[in-house]
Design a protein around this ligand. Structure first.
Ligand code: NDP
Length: 297
């Protein structure tokens, strides 16, 4: 059994990006610029955004964090989105999810220019992804693909079962793994809370991707011997042993499931670090497009 070391892969990819950026700078190119809007002061969202800002600093990107109070109106939030859409110095930006309940995430995602939508949540990017056209891929599914590729995991002809059908993880990863590409060419079963007899389905998975947000949900009796298990889930629980007073638990009961797997991602240190790297990879791509656009204008 191999533990997929997302932290190590992410480090390598960040170093590679750093070198690529150094070459761009030597040729007189500009630094990619990522902006993030954070509404309210949800602790987990703060942590995710600050990890993204830190990763930008690490590779030499510019980053801008816009903090907005959760008492602002949706109109005001949309005005901020519009400002970023029109700012030529910003290559890409994200609005950290989840938004406080008063806001429509769909309205906000649709207001982001598809060209700057480095989270890949805009319908244009999701549609382009469906058609296998160049697009910004949603960061977490993109990170999963990169892990499968790094570990040279065979996907063609495999049965991939995805647990959870969210727009940001389960649904897009199921589309990507069904594509005629590598990683891809899987036969995919997408499951959700209304799926009957889930265990009988997960037991058939050669590749099991779990993204439902219920800690330790997948137990060893739900997993086929030799399966590849990708655990996306993150549940934060109080812990006296960590610096920030919390620790992260995945959706997979790691200790018992690991014994049946060929590959497994841990939580933390599996998919999470790759999500951030993928966001930065989308940003560098957006920056190249922005530079080309400026040269043509
Ligand atoms: P959502 O809450 O948006 O979706 C959860 C999905 O799980 C839904 O489709 C739901 O089904 C399904 N589900 C819930 N209960 C069951 C069940 N008993 N059996 C089968 N399916 C079930 O979650 P997200 O996709 O946004 O996130 C999932 C997890 O991944 C969370 O823990 C989140 O924190 C984590 N995450 C981690 C990231 C990372 O970088 N590592 C990035 C993004 C998310 P239904 O549609 O029927 O309600």
């Amino acid at each position: 059994m191999t533990i997929i070391d997302g932290k190590k892969v992410a480090e390598e990819l960040l170093e590679k990006m750093k070198r690529e950026l150094a070459q761009i700078r030597e040729r007189g190119g500009r630094r990619p610029h990522l902006a993030a809007i954070l509404v309210g002061n949800d602790g987990a969202s703060e942590t995710y955004v600050s990890a993204k800002v830190k990763a930008c600093e690490r590779v030499g990107f510019k980053s801008t964090l816009i903090r907005l109070s959760e008492t602002i109106s949706e109109k005001n939030l949309l005005e901020n989105v519009d400002l970023l859409n029109r700012d030529p110095d910003i290559d890409g930006f994200i609005v950290q999810l989840p938004l406080p309940k008063a806001f429509s995430e769909r309205n906000v995602m649709e207001a982001i220019s598809p060209e700057k939508d480095v989270d890949g949540f805009h319908p244009v990017n999701l549609g382009r992804m469906m058609l296998n056209l160049p697009a910004y891929l949603p960061a977490t599914p993109y990170g999963i693909l990169q892990l499968l590729e790094y570990y040279k995991i065979e996907t063609s002809g495999k049965h991939c079962v995805v647990v959870g059908r969210s727009h940001i993880v389960g649904s897009p990863v199921s589309v990507l793994l069904a594509r005629n590409a590598y990683p891809g060419n899987c036969t995919v079963t997408l499951t959700h809370s209304k799926t009957a007899n889930l265990k009988a389905i997960t037991q058939q998975a050669d590749i099991l991707i779990v993204a439902l947000g219920k800690m330790n949900f997948i137990t060893s009796d739900m997993v086929k011997q030799g399966a590849v298990v990708i655990d996306v889930g993150i549940t934060r629980i109080p812990s006296g042993q960590s610096k920030n007073g919390t620790r992260l638990i995945g959706d997979v009961k790691f200790d018992e499931v690991a014994q049946r797997c060929s590959f497994i991602t841990p939580v933390p240190g599996g998919v999470g670090p790759m999500t951030i790297v993928s966001l930065l990879m989308n940003t560098i791509k957006a920056s190249k497009m922005n530079t080309l656009k400026a040269a043509k204008a």
